[in-house]
Design a binder for this molecule. Sequence first.
Ligand code: GRG
Length: 303
Amino acid sequence: MNNAMFDLKSYLFAKQQKINKTLDKILTQESNSKRIVSAMRHSLMASGKRLRPVLCIAAAEAAGGTEENVLYPACALEMIHTYSLIHDDLPAMDNDELRRGLPTCHVAFDEATAILAGDALLTLSFEILASNNKRHFKKEINESKRLDVIKSVAIASGFRGMIAGQMMDIESQGSKLDSNKLEILHFSKTGALIEASVYSGAVLGGGSRTQIEQLKSYGRNIGLAFQVADDILDVEGDPKVMGKAARKDADLDKSTYPSVIGIEKSREFAEKLVNNALKNIDSFGNRSDPLAAIARYIIERDK
Ligand code: GRG
């Protein structure tokens, strides 16, 4: 049974502060191009929720590790996420002008710079995941765990994960998918990186094989719930609160949970996924209070 009194707001605030400080430090590294760093900084340091790195840290803590063990790898996950947002906003994809409350990268800079900023964040993330020095991991993490995480994150963000989801999303515009196909699309596009964030924290935090499997299932459930909630927010959310455009899915004639199964059934489905996620982490006791609170937050959030 998880603790409903857990103070998620304070937990998120403390973790977001640490993550932001670390991301800022990473971006102070030398580059021969000031412009590329400015573009990376523009998108990365804008006000994101930092959900993926927070999940990585919370999973590590649930598995018996510490924030310090995973802070840099957690930041690498945020870089991959930010790269995907920069590229998703491009004119060739969703053509959005507002992201995280700021002009999108290609509007603030230009298309070529935005493409390169996304590429640079993606490659930097793998440099960080592959580095095993004191700066990136306070404690030595054995090489096989690091390789496992690198491979899992690469699969989740590549052509068997996020990129496949994005391609399916583009291909399916204008047609209605059935709920099975939609689940595959949504899990690939958004859920896979969320699952990989939890998995990475569990592995690097030193979880047992059983704990890693339980946390991975939790990640899978909340990953899909996140995208169902995102579909609902696109219908009901306030662009001023979200810091991005709403009603885009209908404009682009995309298949979403509300358009395929209706808004009430979408809410019920998201609720069911979160309940499954809570069951997955039941045996962790109060060490998984942050993860339980995040699971509920994912479907109750307004941005
Ligand atoms: C272009 C390679 C490539 C992939 C794009 C994830 C993705 C695939 C595109 C993002 C498009 C999108 C808006 C998807 C909906 C779900 C989602 C990822 C929302 C944004 O994530 P949040 O809410 O954003 O965690 P913040 O800004 O808080 O980090």
